[in-house]
Design a binder for this molecule. Structure first.
Ligand code: F3S
Length: 649
């Protein structure tokens, strides 16, 4: 049997495991991407690694999520990120230069490469044949330090495209059709690989709209093969040398197959407040629209905005409907401006905005209360727009622009019939992408060679390797179902300290016990004790990092939530399972000692550990860990482990 494209790229980068579905594999990463809200911690962790420069072929730091400066913290973060990129050899994209996925696609994405990014829409360059995966910040740090990325081998699903899109149907409608069929959970543990005769009818920017929004299916990634269109796109970008042919074998063996006939696709729309709440546009026709927004990493490219500009030429937006265009990159803004399209849109009533994520995460252009907003974005979860009772619909730029003209939702085909002179603007790429790109700073042009930290940026500690003896106080005894929100609350007044671990740590478990942080620091280490399901909730790494900063050595719990347990290993905290009786007997303040030679026992695969309490009684605790998790734990967590490996240890 032949190989899928996914298998070929993974095999080229494989450092551990084989490609059996569901089994853990380790892969080498070629490119990494971070953005401003996740990047500060990534670089602080990289600093803790003690390396001089990034080890991947390419690293890029973007500033796109919080580019409006509400106070000094964002600006300080951006300055720190610029200094980190300069110091360690990454490209730096200045605030306002655009959304990470758009700028990356235009400048760096390359077929056959692997990429890891600390942003969920990292899979966007799959449209160019790059295998790109979104991950936590620590994984990105480790990849930049030269470490492999570990993942369970996903199922590879073939999405076979046939036919060609009819008039007014777009790539956005293709991915909305996928969401309509499969739901927001339909892609979990899967990579969607697009093949078939329909592929060649889609340009690269159309393909990247599809791969971008594969994230809404819950997919690990989405990817297209390369062809003449990919070559042509890279040539227009002035990057012909990055082209390589990649694709599946003809007899590739897929885990599953879906067929989409593009000629059956019609304009679709996702109703509030889920991306899979998809219906044909004509089902919701007549709904009054207060706001229309074109932009985001899904539909913010030059080629997405041009159709809107053409539809608006010589027309005006409806008096009741506000229309905002926020391009995905400054290059797109600049080109549209030079070609006169920006003034054309402005004359039609469009408010032209900075190239940023902004409104996609509720920063700016918040809809009015109890109003309808049509957006070309990828997510419409309740409240994401910045107001709780929002009604956000997701659609293509063509459907959005038709609504801006009419003042209500209308299938653009019907609007064309009504107006008589409105034509499908089609999909058009520029002859050459000509943006001046001054805001993208290459490592050799970097103005900084040392880190600049404002007052809200603190150091991240590295944990020492596990010692033979492990003892300390039971610092806090907790009930069942302690969530990561209990451990580190996610409210904005607390999370604003995400780059300042010493400060953020002051809030550790404060919802359970106000004095916990100080007590842990005073005790100079110790253990947490909990009932069932400790650490349920989000994958927040701070929920392990902050206890580690306070000196916590491990957690004794009846059971652990899966992701948090992985994070405990990653930050060097030993997660030991205890039975109900032991849990009932241990009291807060007890002295706890793990009797065995802990370092040796962890490394050798020992599962049962003896816990001595108050030098008085003993119980058995259980360590359930893979060989790799044991190595990471024994080395003091993933960062220390990576450092050791980088030093050849
Ligand atoms: Fe930014 Fe929204 Fe994309 S936050 S990265 S535009 S999903």
């Amino acid at each position: 049997m032949g190989q899928t494209l996914t298998e070929k790229i993974l095999e080229d980068h494989l450092v551990e495991g084989d490609l059996t579905t569901g089994e853990e594999i380790g892969i080498e990463i070629d490119q990494v991407l971070t953005q401003d809200t996740t990047g500060t911690l990534v670089w602080l962790q990289f600093e803790a690694l003690g390396l001089d420069e990034v080890q991947t072929e390419l690293a890029a730091q973007y500033c796109d999520h919080q580019t409006y400066q509400f106070d000094f913290k964002n600006t300080d973060d951006h300055r720190f990120l610029r200094s980190a990129a300069g110091t360690y050899g990454a490209h730096f994209s200045r605030p306002g230069n655009g959304i990470c996925h758009n700028v990356h696609k235009e400048n760096f994405a390359a077929p056959g490469k692997t990429m890891l990014g600390s942003d969920s829409h990292t899979p966007t360059p799959g449209g160019l044949g790059e295998l790109a995966i979104g991950s936590g910040g620590l994984d990105v740090t480790v990849a930049m330090g030269g470490g492999a990325y570990y993942i369970e081998m996903p199922e590879v699903v073939n999405v076979r495209l046939e036919g060609e899109l009819p008039e007014w149907a777009t790539a956005k409608d293709v991915i909305l059709e996928m969401l309509r069929r499969l739901s927001v959970k339909g892609g979990v543990g899967k990579i969607f690989e697009y093949t078939g005769p329909g592929v060649e009818s889609l340009s690269v920017p159309e393909r990247t709209t599809i791969t971008n929004m594969g994230t809404e299916l819950g997919a690990t990634s989405s990817i297209f093969p390369t062809d003449e269109n990919t070559k042509d796109y890279l040539e227009r970008l002035g990057r012909a040398e990055d082209y390589v042919e990649v694709g599946p074998d003809e007899d590739a063996d897929y885990d599953d197959q879906i067929t989409i006939d593009l000629s059956d696709i019609e304009p679709l729309i996702a109703k509030p407040s889920m991306p899979d709440n998809v219906v044909p546009v004509n089902e919701v026709e007549g709904t009054e629209v207060d706001q229309v927004m074109i932009g985001s990493c899904t539909n913010g490219a030059y080629e997405d905005i041009l159709p809107a500009a053409k539809m608006l030429e010589g027309r005006e937006t409806n008096k009741t409907t506000e229309m905002i265009v926020a391009p995905g990159s400054k290059q797109a803004s600049e080109m549209l401006a030079r070609e006169g399209w920006v003034s054309e849109m402005m004359a039609a009533g469009v408010n032209f905005s900075e190239a940023t994520c902004g409104a996609c995460i509720g920063i700016g252009h918040v809809p009015a209360s109890d109003s309808v907003s049509l957006r070309t974005f990828n997510r419409n979860f309740e409240g994401r727009s910045g107001i709780e009772d929002d009604n956000v619909y997701l659609c293509s730029p063509e459907v959005a622009t038709a609504a801006a003209i009419k003042g209500e939702i209308i299938d653009p085909r019907n609007l064309a019939d009504e107006l008589g002179d409105l034509e499908d603007p089609g999909f058009e790429m520029p002859e050459k992408y000509t943006g001046s790109n001054v805001d993208l700073i290459a490592p050799d042009e970097a103005p900084d060679d040392e880190l600049i930290k404002g007052p809200n940026i603190g150091d991240v500690p590295l944990k020492d390797e596990l010692q033979a003896s492990l003892e300390g106080e039971a610092l806090l005894k907790m009930e069942d179902n302690i969530t990561t929100d209990h451990i580190i609350p996610a409210t904005s007044d607390i999370l604003k300290f995400r780059s300042n671990i010493p400060k953020l740590s002051e809030f550790t478990l404060s919802r359970v016990d106000q004095d916990f942080a100080q007590r842990a620091l005073d005790a100079d280490g110790g253990f947490l004790v909990a009932g069932e399901n400790y650490g349920q909730g989000s994958s927040r790494e701070h929920a392990a990092l902050c206890p580690m900063y306070l000196g916590v050595e491990g957690v004794l719990a009846q059971s652990f939530a899966r992701i948090h347990k992985a994070n405990l290993f990653n930050f060097g905290l030993i997660p030991l399972e205890i039975d109900e009786e032991t849990y009932a007997k241990i009291q807060q303040g007890d002295d706890i000692e793990i009797v065995d030679d802990v370092a040796e026992a962890v490394r050798s695969g020992q599962e049962e550990f003896t816990v001595r309490v108050n030098d008085d009684w003993e119980a058995t605790a259980h360590l359930d860990a893979s060989a790799r998790e044991r190595e990471i734990l024994a080395d003091g967590g993933k960062l220390s482990h990576t450092k050791k490996q980088a030093e050849g240890g």
